[in-house]
Design a protein around this ligand. Structure first.
Ligand code: EPZ
Length: 420
């Protein structure tokens, strides 16, 4: 029996909530533990199905992994395999994140082609081009992609045509033990890139400029294990902010890095929320009814994050006025709109543009999650809808949120996970 979330909406959220470690930092860091060739302890690692999937891949490759007292340990001293089979690749779209690290340990790496996902095709041409420049020869055969290192990878200039997060991460990791220096230009600037660089530097790498558009990696002979703590999850923080906003609530978020959340603050302020910062805490106080947001365009960091698009859109469904969203990062990231419409939302989409006409009330309904952030959007809308909302297909939600229903219930929401 598949579990569902049952939400009786209309409760104003208030209180404190602590943010977990970032999924999109934990995953590339876990992949990079493969490059360490020793024992790593990853603190503040969130307990998510995507993290379990990454652990399964690490174990399959020969690492010893395990949890103890909330710390995820990986010992990658012995790598016994250099391929990731289809069933493990399909478990987690971002398993391409293992490529760079595997190339630091294996002469030949074989992956099954990462399929698309709910957000549309997920090409890896930037990864292939970059690693090709560093000397890896690439062959595609029978639905697999094979990278042959041909001796040690060599440092070089890698200009990215798009600041891809995953490609930047793969290049940084592969270049950490390449011969010579690698310079990535037009690199992704997301905070998770800086966190990965911090992890790799703790393992003995020499990476400078991470978080900016030009990252310089001076290859070293080998890396070693380390202890690292994952940065807080800025998208989980935005999700709790949306929950407070849509319910007219007042919530204090703890363990947040304000700078990382800054890209979404103007949108919440335009909706009428008052946001204040104190150290690693963020306070959000929402009006009874939100105003619309004139125009939100998703952009690479430090622009408005694509991962917050669905959850902020949920807030605008019951706002006073119309809001326009332009999704510039992914091909199809509006799949949550059909489910929101079942709750009475009025949304028109045309390609990468969505127009939300705010309505005065949303009605609870049975809805099905379509992807990770779309699932969070349905939960957000359910918190403010009149009546009961039942959210199914929770596997999407569990990829990126640890115990979200516990956190929301702690803020006063009437939400529980039950068998469908
Ligand atoms: C990371 O995905 C995140 N995932 C995504 O979060 C996030 O939405 C995305 O970055 C953008 O911020 C993880 O970190 C695990 P990209 P990634 O490479 O690395 C195109 C979530 O909800 N592209 O920056 O795959 C690609 O198709 C997830 O937590 C190419 O064309 O993102 C997309 O349109 C979803 N060729 C755009 O670039 C390539 O070789 C951004 O992709 C690579 C990417």
């Amino acid at each position: 029996m598949m579990s569902v979330l049952k939400i009786n909406g209309g409760k104003r959220l208030s209180g404190e909530v602590s943010v977990h470690g970032a999924k999109n930092s934990a995953l590339p860091v876990l992949a990079a533990t493969l490059a360490a060739g020793g024992k790593c302890e990853i603190h503040n690692c969130p307990r998510l199905s995507d993290v379990e999937a990454a652990g399964a891949i690490l174990s399959y490759l020969g690492c010893r992994t395990g949890w103890s007292d909330g710390v995820f340990s990986v010992d990658s001293s012995d790598v016994s395999r250099c391929e990731i089979p289809d069933e493990l690749m399909r478990e987690m779209r971002s398993s391409i994140a293992f490529l760079g690290a595997m190339l630091t340990r294996c002469e030949c790496v074989k992956l099954s082609m990462p399929g698309g996902c709910e957000l549309g095709p997920r090409p890896i041409d930037l990864h292939i081009d970059a690693l090709g420049r560093m000397g890896a020869r690439v062959e595609e055969r029978d639905g697999c992609i094979i990278f042959r290192r041909g001796g040690r990878l060599r440092g070089c200039r890698v200009p990215l045509s798009f600041p891809s997060v995953g490609a930047t991460e793969n290049i940084m990791t592969a270049a950490s033990t390449a011969k010579g220096t690698t310079v990535i230009t037009n690199a992704a600037r997301e905070p998770e890139i800086s966190d990965l660089a911090d992890f790799l530097n703790s393992c003995g790498a020499r990476i400078g400029g991470a978080g900016g558009s030009t990252v310089v990696i001076e290859g070293v002979e080998r890396l070693h294990g380390c202890i690292h703590s994952v940065i807080p999850d800025r998208i989980e923080a935005a999700t709790y902010m949306a929950a407070a906003a849509i319910t007219g609530g007042s919530v204090l978020l703890k363990n947040v890095i304000a700078e990382h959340v800054m890209p979404v603050v103007p949108s919440f302020e335009e909706m009428g929320c008052v946001i204040s910062f104190c150290g690693s805490d963020i306070k959000i106080e929402a009006p009874q009814r939100l105003h619309a947001v004139r125009y939100i365009r998703t952009m690479p960091y430090p622009g408005f994050p694509t991962d917050a698009q669905a959850i902020v859109m949920a807030c605008t469904c019951r706002a006073d006025g119309s809001s326009v969203f332009a999704e510039t990062i992914f091909d199809s990231r509006f799949r949550h709109t059909a489910e929101l419409a079942r709750m009475g939302a009025r949304i028109k989409t045309d390609g990468r543009i969505a127009v939300v006409e705010g309505v005065s009330r949303l009605c609870g309904a049975p809805v099905a999650a379509t992807d990770l952030r779309g699932a969070a959007a349905l939960v957000t809308a359910g918190l403010a809808a009149e009546g009961t909302t039942t959210v199914s297909q929770l596997r999407h939600l569990d990829r990126g949120y640890q115990d979200i229903e516990t956190a929301l219930a702690g803020l006063g929401a009437d939400i529980k996970r039950t068998d469908g």
